[in-house]
Design a protein around this ligand. Sequence first.
Ligand code: PLP
Length: 390
Amino acid sequence: MAQHNQTKAIRSQMKRTEQKEHSTPLFLTSSFVYDSAEDMAAAFADDSLDVNIYSRFSNPTVDEFINKIAELEGAEDGIATGTGMAAVFSTFMTFLSQGDHIISASAVFGSTHTILTKYLPKWGIESSYFNMNEPESIEALIRPATKMLYVETPSNPGLDIIDLEYVSALCKKHNVLFVVDNCFATPAVQQPIQFGADLVLHSATKFIDGQGRVLGGVVVGPKDLINQLYLFVRNTGPSLSPFNAWVLTKSLETLFIRMDRHADSALKIAKHFQHHPKLNWVKYPFLETHPQYEIAKKQMSNGGGILTFELKGGLDAGRTFLNSLQMLSMTNNLGDSRTIASHPASTTHSKLTVSEKQAVGITDGLVRVSVGLEHVDDIIADLEQALAKA
Ligand SMILES: Cc1ncc(COP(=O)(O)O)c(C=O)c1O
């Protein structure tokens, strides 16, 4: 009987052990033992044997987490990493070589931007940026050396959205690998492989954990690509810890119900504040005023848990607003059960130049809210009183 993904997120589990546990077990072990010297020799001789050797290579708890994400994203296979950035970096390192070129949306997470502009050039890998609001500009950037196209949709923190089907058709035409960071949507809301993405990656630290406890990353896609990534991770060591994998696999059991509530509340809050006198605008993927609202409706099942707005008072208003919050947390994380407000211009993106900030849509008054699971009226009340002071 074919199950819904929401059910699979709860019911997919490794084979029950002889202890007959109900909740999934945690294999907190660095290595595994063998019945004989011959078995041990065979495990090392043949990389393709489905046998656990060492938790940098594989671990049953980590595998359960990978398999669940792969299933939810509609992918054949996956690998897990210690952080989202390790997933991004491992993907770049595995599929890009000296002389290659990567095209990326300019609206990507700050550390991804740093890898593209500071580290990849050290190995002779060039990058070009395009504006998410001008996808028709992408094709002209493609060169014979272009190997990868990279996007986040919705983007962090600008909430720009790109038509995945349009970009994947371009990538197929030019034989370019299409990689999507699906961290803001999660597979409960958007499955980029359905729209033609080759590889999908996540910072599992965000909505997948959902309670701000552990760091983690994951990449899923076709077996042949994942096998190349697996060998990179196995040998260079950015592997996910089994403990964090156990936390994350348990978190997936509540992912769908959490994302529904995050999105319901975020839409209510966006609508409540969209004409507020202290704000220039409110942006949320499922608000009709979002520039890519129609694309969001096509490829996302709800608008996700993040909204942004711009304070009329700029940098000073941003600081006063944050200092006036009574319940909302002031922290840079997102995708938590607790509502979080952040002011990128004075914090996470303060090192970007003015033109770099402009390119990724970060203005002085921009506030990002990661809507949590508290009662929506309490979130609105705290935002109201802080806005009154800003
Ligand atoms: C869209 C996106 N991708 C990647 C990352 C990096 O993830 P991590 O902090 O788990 O390394 C983040 C972190 O905020 C993010 O928001």
